[in-house]
Design a protein around this ligand. Structure first.
Ligand SMILES: Cc1ncc(COP(=O)(O)O)c(C=O)c1O
Length: 369
């Protein structure tokens, strides 16, 4: 080990870095392909791009890029507060909702704390817990989704936080309102319950109204939302949390002054007004889900019913199928990092992209008769 690493934080040294979906440019370089011919269906992005209103806002405001952003994000804060009917002080913005997961780690995790998560939930929770030296209590999934009653029962004396990913990435499962209420009734008041709802606005089912619980004054519930998915702003990095003011203030302590850049704030303000774009986005994803479900039935492949903009499919050897798809210019996500080596996760693209992906799957996995 190089001597310079002698003083590295041992908890951080243990972390296995997150493996994101492979960028188009990287795959093009490695396989000698034209980037324009590659379709990326690996990171649950919005294939429609950013909304037109968001694009215009960014162009307009680029001129002010030499000025630091408003660290308080006044305009966006007012807008989100009005849209969610909460107080401005109940909102916190992050450089993507990922950054807020890190703030949660700073504030609530450490060597004498544990975090309850579900098996097959978004892997970043575990990485953040590890980074802060927190213990992870992983509760076995039920039908690939969260077993919420078992998660409530899994709370131990040192549990500071439970994270519920809803809809869940990468399985796409959704926990409904009644289930969420029953679960909350069994969680002790000193445990913070985080609902990660990155896919809420595009959910292809009925989302439980968890922000409503915050509005009603539940002291231990916080919800995370993202502009990366429904609003098509993944590249600008912006997300937010809605929670009790006391919890938001606790998280604010680790936020850097200018964590959310100026263009991201401007784009988010504009995107919130673009309801037509949201409608088009939901339509695109619903169609995508139909396309893949139909293909799976044709090919005799098992899949998990998804309420988000991706689908988990059992293909046998996930790494092999991912490689073969990549050779054909389609980037998807192998699921071995989630201990699901037989599966791949495909994000819904535009209809033509989905058709291309399905055609490639048919070549790689011809139906056995
Ligand atoms: C469940 C979940 N939470 C959070 C994130 C991070 O989103 P953001 O781009 O807002 O950081 C993702 C991204 O894929 C996700 O799937």
């Amino acid at each position: 080990m190089p001597v310079v690493l002698k003083w590295m934080n041992p908890e951080v040294a243990k972390v296995r870095p997150y493996e994101p979906g492979r960028p188009i440019e990287t795959v093009a370089r490695e396989l000698g392909l034209d980037p324009a011919t590659i379709c990326k269906l690996a990171s649950n992005e919005n294939p429609l791009g950013p909304s037109r209103r968001a694009r215009l806002a960014v162009r307009r405001n680029l001129e002010h890029a030499h000025l630091y952003p408003d660290g308080y994000a006044f305009e966006l804060r007012e807008k989100v507060a009005a849209a969610q009917n909460v107080k401005p002080g109940q909102i916190l913005f992050g450089n993507g909702s990922n950054e807020i997961i890190e703030f949660l780690g700073h504030a609530f995790l450490g060597p004498e704390r544990s975090l309850v998560v579900s098996q097959y939930a978004f892997v970043v929770y575990k990485l953040v817990a590890q980074m802060f030296g927190g213990r992870v209590i992983e509760v076995p999934a039920k039908e690939m989704g969260h077993n919420l009653s078992a998660m409530a029962r899994a709370v131990e004396h040192d549990t500071s936080m439970i994270i519920v990913c809803n809809p869940n990435n990468p399985t796409g499962t959704l926990a409904g309102e009644a289930q969420v209420h029953r679960f909350l009734d069994h969680v002790p008041a000193n445990v913070l319950v985080v609902f990660d709802e990155a896919y809420a606005e595009i959910c292809l089912g009925r989302m439980p109204d968890t922000i409503g619980l915050v509005r009603e004054g539940r002291p231990n519930v916080i919800c995370l939302r993202s502009f990366s998915k429904a609003y098509g702003l993944a590249g600008l990095r912006i997300g937010y949390a809605v929670g009790p003011e006391s919890v938001i203030q606790a998280l604010e302590r680790s936020r850097q002054p200018f964590n959310v850049n100026r263009l991201a704030q401007d784009a988010a303000v504009a995107a919130l007004d673009d309801q037509a774009f949201l409608t088009r986005t939901r339509r695109t994803f619903r169609r995508g889900r139909d396309q893949y479900e139909e293909a799976c039935r044709e090919l005799g492949l098992e899949f998990v019913r998804s309420y988000a903009n991706f689908i988990l499919i059992k293909v046998g050897d996930g790494a092999h199928v991912t490689r073969e798809l990549m050779k054909r210019g389609v980037i998807v996500r192998p699921m071995a990092p989630y201990q699901l080596p037989e599966y791949i996760r495909i994000s819904f693209g535009l209809p033509d992209e989905n058709t291309r992906c399905v055609a490639a799957l048919k070549e790689i996995l011809p139906r056995k008769s």
